[in-house]
Ligand binder design. Sequence first.
Ligand code: DQA
Length: 147
Amino acid sequence: MEPPVISVINGPNLNLLGQREPEIYGSDTLADVESRCAAAAGALGFAVACFQSNHEGAIIDEIHRLRATAAGFVVNLGAYTHTSVAIRDALATVAGPIVEVHISNVHARESFRHHSYVSDLASGVIVGCGVQGYDFAVARIAELARA
Ligand code: DQA
């Protein structure tokens, strides 16, 4: 039997991880993040479907693609976290749990990063743990999916 799939969605500018403001986001690349998600999920009997886009509509399409079938969603929507009602509305349709991740501690940064359109839909929110936050998020989705 195929393992259940955890959707891992990264939003705008996260394709530049490792190059972009490394003092804030660290030196790991998006490929590093996606492989650590796959390893964390694999160890728990899950697979991942990793997706990154700089485009709001493409992110919405990916949520729609997996909304009924994913065991859960790990989402770092980048700046769309703070702006996108449309992505929020898409996430409101998903069947499985959502864990929101931010690599940086958004609450210790500019005030426009303090509000999230996603947090109240999420089972959990992980901020400021660097890319390790994705491991925690995958483990949490696995735990919730098993319950
Ligand atoms: C981020 C925080 C956002 O405010 C920012 O726009 C990002 C990355 C993070 O992972 O810390 O692009 O989501």
